[in-house]
Design a protein around this ligand. Structure first.
Ligand code: URA
Length: 252
């Protein structure tokens, strides 16, 4: 790949700007300054190291990111009252030009402003589609703090299925376990709007705090503190892609 294309593809500005950075001697590959925009670089995802204006960066042909979302951030591309989750990413990740299907790096599904936990982001349209598609039931695990004490009947109803106001078909939890009187672990395979909050309301309880701890096989660990992000490994992306169970019908 040409060096100017490589730098452009990683989100360092327009093609013209990237060519200018290179010509000005502000780009180094493998630690050596390269002033030739047309220089051919063997670009390997997660391996090829370069720097722009002294900022070290690793080439990734596609971005697959895990963000530990804090409360007080919106997943919308045009946030209103709260800052967007994208402000938690460095500028090159916000500026990546995208692949024609996805417009730059996007959140894979949404978490509410007050929900914390594991949020995936990517600029790979096929990956985003696979993770979001109702035909691929990627399980998501939520840690739910409830206002009222939980009882067996509530947990039973969540597992049996509850009807929400926008669809007559019941939605059911794939798994539900009361961890203690006010803490429930809930696994869902769909992603309806405010689904956890609406399901808890439907069984007569209320969500006080919501945290997503797992998506498919990917568990949010202590290595990513709140507000921080990391690249997914190629093995993690492959396991996420395999996690979806195509069925041709909705779970409910
Ligand atoms: N369900 C909700 O109610 N909110 C979220 O943020 C995620 C799932």
């Amino acid at each position: 790949m040409r060096l100017d294309q490589l730098v452009y593809s990683q989100g360092f500005g327009t093609r013209r700007h990237c060519a200018g950075l290179i010509a000005a001697g502000l780009v180094a590959v493998g630690g050596r300054t390269c002033r030739d925009p047309a220089a051919e670089i063997a670009a390997l995802a997660g391996v090829t190291a370069f720097s722009v204006e002294g900022r070290p960066w690793l080439f990734h042909d596609r971005a697959y990111l895990l963000l530990h979302k804090p409360a007080g951030y919106e997943c919308s591309q045009r946030p209103g009252a709260w800052p967007g989750v994208y402000t938690l990413l460095p500028a090159p990740l916000r500026q990546r030009p995208g692949d024609g299907k996805a417009l730059g790096v996007q959140a894979v599904g949404r978490l509410d402003q007050d929900t914390t936990g594991l949020l995936l982001l990517s600029d790979d349209g096929a990956f985003i589609h696979r993770m979001n598609s109702p035909r691929h039931h990627v399980p998501k695990v939520y840690e739910v703090s409830t206002r009222h004490p939980l009882d067996e009947a509530q947990v039973g109803r969540l597992l049996a299925g509850v009807v929400l106001d926008d669809d007559p078909r019941p939605v059911r939890a794939a798994a539900a376990r009361a961890v203690d009187t006010h803490h429930l672990q809930l696994t869902l395979t769909e992603g309806k709007y405010h689904q956890v909050k609406r399901m808890l309301a439907a069984v007569g309880n209320r969500v006080e705090a919501l945290h997503r701890s797992q998506v498919g096989p990917l568990v949010l660990g202590p290595d990513v503190p709140e507000g921080e992000w990391r690249w997914l490994t190629a093995a993690e992306v492959a396991r996420l892609m395999a996690a979806g169970r195509p069925t041709g019908s909705q779970a409910s």
